[in-house]
Write a protein of this length. Structure first.
Ligand code: ADP
Ligand code: ZN
Length: 526
């Protein structure tokens, strides 16, 4: 058997997709690999094909029980002997699976990371030949990643105690540079073949909107996209319920999905959507894992997600067939607050050391900020995302809202300087709101409380609108003139460029503003 035959006979495909073959060849040659590919690119095949060609058994470490079940079911259906070992098995089922495994019945065993270092599992791997350990969702090993799992650290320990070092293959959809370094280092990959592929989804068009009335905007959007299949993501179950009800009321066929529904309803709704009986799915982020629907034409985020990783993964469910897809995000300031709340809540629900917890909280907030910047940048949205994941595109993609909008550069050097000076002279101790109010000369509670009305630069931008000041401030943050500290009360400090500018470096700050400047006065409030 060779890889092509396995691809055809077992999986039914004629050709490999971008990136797959290189990873498979390296793996088969006995080299460790790290594959970073977006959701839907086809990571599973990269380790499943070699697994079937290797002499011994492949262990796949995966964090999600539902994902394991799906993959094992799919393999079994294709005639591959595979099993999973996780906490969903009864004592009896577990013993039986282990017995079969010991007799070499399975070619591929999916295991939860918590299982690896148990006595029974260690006994098993000492009896049989392990050819490869494949780590799915490998970003979970990194504290820099969005779903850090302390139990993933056990994988490295496990590999150490194996009688013979197998090939290690790590896969993830979301690795920023820091996460990638962690994966390589913590898993101890040796001279690995690293492939980052297919991140750029050229057929997807990205847009950020800030509608005053999100529901109305959504209805207008759906009106223009009738019959098209799409997903509307909301950040809470309550929002899913509300929007779903509203869509039904307005006569748009839609189904809903969130963790609060019965298994039966979830299954039914999911199938109605997948088999095109219902075009629109309104869901929380609980929907989509392991779902493979190729003709999704739009993914509309009714709320801003907590980080770019989540956003790109969810948005990436559009246009998997390669036909045009739209990824629209509705931003509102409230989304930031909700996400902050959700991050704090999530931190409380997980078992971390105190020290780890502060670290992780800080990083979660940092990622939320980068997500927020995405909603404010006037640069190419695709470039922003690709850069976030450590890839570089051109600065102009021609297929995102920003690239398609005509902007004009506006010189805001004077305004920028005033803001920087206020931040500096007030001791770099205040947040965005207070600084904005201060330069605008607002008589707000914060301004009075912090005595910012006594600062020399108080009110220097009183003839600019709050909206404009916020735009400039956001631009200064995005471009590193200012930085925002992590934590519950983020404050503005001077960034490297900001310091340089105040030290007299000749810098011109150009802000890109839409050519057709909407009337700003009406939305300005202090
Ligand atoms: P990922 O894990 O990267 O999200 P999957 O491994 O689930 O992606 O693959 C996504 C879909 O693409 C699956 O339906 C899979 O069968 C399909 N697929 C993978 N490789 C190929 C290929 N070479 N040709 C055609 N379809 C493929
Ligand atoms: Zn663009």
């Amino acid at each position: 058997m060779d890889k092509y035959k396995v691809l055809k006979d077992v999986f039914g495909y004629d050709t490999f997709r971008e990136g797959q073959e290189g990873l498979i060849d390296s793996t088969l040659a006995g080299r460790d690999v790290l594959g970073i590919m977006p959701t839907g690119a086809g990571k599973s095949i990269c380790f499943q094909v070699p697994a079937l060609l290797f002499q011994g058994i492949t262990i796949v470490v995966s964090p999600l029980i539902s994902l394991m079940k799906d993959q094992v079911a799919a393999l079994n259906a294709a005639g591959v002997h595979a099993a999973f070992i996780n906490s969903s098995l009864t004592e009896g089922q577990y013993r039986k699976a282990m017995e079969f495994a010991a007799r070499g019945r399975y070619k591929i065993i999916y295991a939860a990371p918590e299982r690896l270092m148990t006595d029974s599992f260690l006994a098993l791997v000492n009896q049989v030949e392990i050819s490869m350990v494949a780590v799915d969702e490998a970003h979970c090993i990194s504290q820099w990643g969005q779903d850090f799992r302390p139990s993933y650290l056990k994988i490295a320990e496990f590999i150490q105690v194996l009688p013979k070092r197998p090939v290690i293959a790590a896969y993830t959809a979301t690795a920023t540079r820091a996460v990638k370094e962690d994966i390589l280092c913590i898993l101890g990959l040796q001279n690995p073949f690293v492939a980052v592929t297919g991140y750029d989804r050229k057929n997807l068009c990205f847009a950020v909107e800030k509608p005053k009335d999100k529901i109305q905007a959504l209805l207008d959007y759906l009106d223009k996209n009738r019959e098209k299949s799409g997903i509307i993501y909301c950040n809470t179950r309550k929002n899913v319920e509300e929007i779903h009800r509203r869509l039904i009321q307005e006569g748009y066929p839609a189904v809903r999905y969130h963790a609060g529904l019965s298994d039966e309803e979830k299954k039914q709704n999911q199938e109605d959507f997948i088999y095109d009986r219902m075009p629109v799915m309104v869901a929380t982020n609980a929907f989509g894992m392991g779902i493979d629907k190729s003709n999704v034409r739009f993914v509309l985020h009714f709320n801003m997600p907590k980080d770019i990783e989540s956003y790109y993964q969810e948005a990436g469910r559009a246009g998997r067939d390669g036909e045009p897809g739209e990824c629209v995000l509705y931003y509102a300031g409230q989304d930031v607050k909700t996400n902050e709340f959700l991050i704090n809540q999530q931190m409380e629900n997980e078992e971390f050391d105190r020290e780890d917890m502060e670290l992780i909280r800080g990083r979660n907030f940092e990622r939320l900020r980068k997500m927020t910047f995405y909603c404010f940048t006037n640069e190419c949205l695709r470039e922003y995302i690709l850069r976030y994941f450590g890839e570089y595109g051109g600065n102009y993609c021609g297929n995102c809202k920003n690239c398609l909008t005509e902007f004009q550069d506006t010189d805001v050097t004077k305004e920028a300087e005033s803001i920087l000076k206020l931040v500096k002279t007030s001791g770099q101790r205040y947040g965005i709101q207070a600084v904005t109010d201060a330069v605008h000369g607002s008589d707000s509670a914060k301004v009075r409380q912090f005595h910012l009305n006594e600062n020399t630069y108080y009110g220097v931008l009183k003839d600019r609108t709050i909206v404009r000041i916020r735009q400039i401030l956001n631009d200064l943050l995005v471009k590193d003139y200012l930085v925002l500290t992590a934590g519950d009360y983020p404050v503005l400090r001077l960034g490297e460029r900001g310091k340089a500018m105040l030290d007299g470096a000749e810098e011109q700050v150009l802000l890109k503003l839409p050519k057709e400047q909407p009337k700003m006065q009406s939305s300005a409030k202090s």
